[in-house]
Ligand binder design. Sequence first.
Ligand code: AMP
Length: 134
Amino acid sequence: MASIFSKIAAGEIPSYRVASDDRYYAFLDINPVAPGHVLVIPRKEVSYIFDLDNEDYIGLQMMAKRVAKAMKAVMPCERIGVAVIGLEVPHTHIHLIPITNEGDMNFANKLSLDPKEMEEIAARISAEYDRQNA
Ligand code: AMP
């Protein structure tokens, strides 16, 4: 059975998309730990990031780098923090989180933002991603 993230990448479940190509998909975390929290996934369904083959692993990291650069340009933050957890959804994903303080990476403190705000943030990151990667 397809994972929830495979269904998101296939457009079968809605998401706040920020970037995608034929191999990777990036979208807002539905319960962000900070505004602009993005998940980057391979379309290929592999549960554990270190089980990806080298090509897919490097490709995923390169996609995360491009998305992080776009995020940094348009989200108020000092850096983009990176985390891999994967205990909840068994489909590889990299968390990218706009941070200013160490405490901004607190996964025990999830937000629920207004859909309009989520749409606006996704559109802002997406437009910048397209601009940087045109
Ligand atoms: P983890 O597997 O522990 O890295 O956590 C999975 C992450 O996916 C959590 O931060 C969730 O908020 C997020 N998440 C779960 N379902 C969705 C969804 N349908 N859309 C966006 N993010 C989701």
